[in-house]
Design a protein around this ligand. Structure first.
Ligand code: HEC
Length: 241
């Protein structure tokens, strides 16, 4: 098998070496973009800048003192309001019990203007519809965090994206001349990190005390991506003969 091949990656011709390196760099950039996406999307969940345990707890377990609608408009949906007045009017409407009369008089117009480009029944971005009063009422119950259907959806896409990518990166690592024990430890660590990363979301949905696992899972996955991408790059370009 190729992993018993004693020829170092360094001795590959320049073409394959450059191609392989570009792939490794792309994988690294992919991870960083994923991380940036999380940072931009979730850091304001608790109303304060910076990713915190509270952001994770509210995202998965929910802010049980708020409705889903209030949580959403205080966090990532906040920026979609055309004006601060629209945001304040919506907050007031929610605080006053979110009546259908208030919806017809004022809120429908605001939502048509600011929200329904994504949340019309036709677009239904993220499965969320806020077109009519009935649609929006679905988000007026206590916030219990990510819905199971959304968790299934996100887990599905993440498993399908990360498992093959990590597998390819692990194969490339096995082509290097690092000690077999190191390579196998890195491979097992990386696949475990995928399990932990995705599994922790489900645990955090069960109890806010598991939110810390989401952070640890994310860090482990970051560490494994860094290791899997950098080790072969180091061997190809930097390691002395
Ligand atoms: C550019 C597209 C876009 C616009 C505009 C938008 N949203 Fe969203 N909305 C999303 C996405 C994507 C999600 C899923 C986010 C997630 O799961 O973290 C979402 C989720 C939601 C949720 C569900 C939260 C939950 O806990 O399930 C609500 C409620 C919501 N949006 C309300 C609004 C309101 C109110 C507005 C207008 C002020 C708005 N959205 C504008 C894209 C948009």
């Amino acid at each position: 098998m190729f992993w018993n091949d004693t020829k170092p990656l360094k001795t590959l011709p320049t073409g394959p070496k450059v191609a392989l390196s570009l792939f490794l760099i792309l994988a690294g950039i992919g991870y960083l973009l994923g991380f940036l996406n999380i940072l931009l999307h979730y850091q304001m969940v608790d109303g304060e800048a910076g990713l915190s345990l509270k952001d994770v707890q509210i995202t998965y377990y929910g802010d049980r003192e708020k409705t889903s609608m209030e949580k959403a408009i205080d966090a990532s949906m906040r920026g979609y309001f055309a004006t601060d007045n629209d945001y304040n009017a919506t907050k007031e409407w929610l605080a006053d019990g979110a009546s259908e009369k208030g919806w017809d008089n004022e809120i429908k117009k605001i939502f048509d203007n600011s929200c329904n480009s994504c949340h019309s029944s036709a677009a239904g971005v993220a499965g969320v519809v806020t077109e009519s009063y009935e649609d929006s009422s679905n988000y007026l119950a206590q916030d219990t965090g990510k819905s199971i259907s959304r968790l299934v959806q996100v887990s599905h896409t993440h498993v399908l994206a990360t498992a093959p990518l990590v597998f390819i990166l692990v194969l490339i690592l096995y082509m290097t001349q690092f000690p077999m024990k190191f390579k196998s430890a890195a491979a097992i660590f990386s696949f475990s990190a995928v399990f932990l990363d995705i599994g922790s979301w489900w645990l955090a949905k069960l109890s806010p005390s598991f939110a810390v696992l989401v952070m640890i899972g994310g860090m482990c996955l970051g560490l494994s991506f860094g290791l899997l991408a950098l080790a072969p790059l180091y061997e190809m370009w930097l390691k002395k003969k």
